[in-house]
Design a protein. Structure first.
Length: 154
C-alpha cells in the first residue's frame, strides 16, 4: 500500500472514530436531558400530591391518606398509628395555610422524591417531610414526617 492510500485510510479511520464519539456524546446528552425532563414531571406530580395531602388532612380524611399510601409505609406504620399522628397534627396545629418548599431530593430509586416543606398551619408552623414514589404520573406516599415546636408543646 502506497503512502497516499495509507494516509487516506488513516483519515477515514479517524473520521469514523470521531463520528462515533460525536454520536455517543449526542446520545449521552439526550439521555441526560430526558432524565431532567422526567425528574421535572415527577416533581410536579409530587408537589401536586402535597396539595392533595393537605386538603385531605384539613378535611380529616386520615384513613384515605393511609389507604392511598405505599405498601412499604403500611408495613412500617399501622393505620391506627398513622391516623393518630394526623389527628394530633390537625387538632394541635389546625389546617395547612401555606407551604413553602425548602428542599427537593431525587433519591436513587427511580421516581422517588423527598420534599421538605416549611408549612404554616392555622395555629403553628412545622417542617414536613414527604417521600413520594412517582409511577405512571401518580404519586404514592412512601413516608411522612412532621416536626414542630408547636406540636411538641402539646
Amino acid at each position: 500500500m502506497n503512502p497516499r492510500d495509507k494516509a487516506r485510510l488513516g483519515f477515514r479511520s479517524r473520521l469514523l472514530v470521531s463520528t462515533r464519539c460525536l454520536l455517543a456524546g449526542i446520545l449521552a446528552v439526550s439521555a441526560f436531558l430526558s432524565g431532567c425532563a422526567s425528574e421535572e414531571r415527577e416533581l410536579k406530580v409530587a408537589e401536586a400530591a402535597v396539595g392533595v395531602f393537605h386538603s385531605q388532612l384539613d378535611s380529616e380524611k386520615y384513613a384515605a391518606i393511609y389507604q392511598a399510601a405505599s405498601a412499604r409505609m403500611k408495613e412500617t406504620t399501622s393505620e391506627p398509628d398513622f391516623v393518630k399522628l394526623l389527628q394530633g397534627v390537625h387538632r394541635t396545629l389546625g389546617g395547612a395555610q401555606d407551604s413553602a418548599p425548602k428542599r427537593v431530593v431525587f433519591l436513587l430509586a427511580q421516581g422517588t422524591i423527598r420534599l421538605d416543606y416549611d408549612t404554616t398551619f392555622a395555629r403553628g408552623a412545622g417542617r414536613e417531610q414527604f417521600v413520594w414514589q412517582v409511577t405512571n404520573g401518580q404519586a404514592i406516599l412512601f413516608s411522612y414526617h412532621v416536626s414542630s415546636r408547636d406540636l411538641a408543646k402539646q
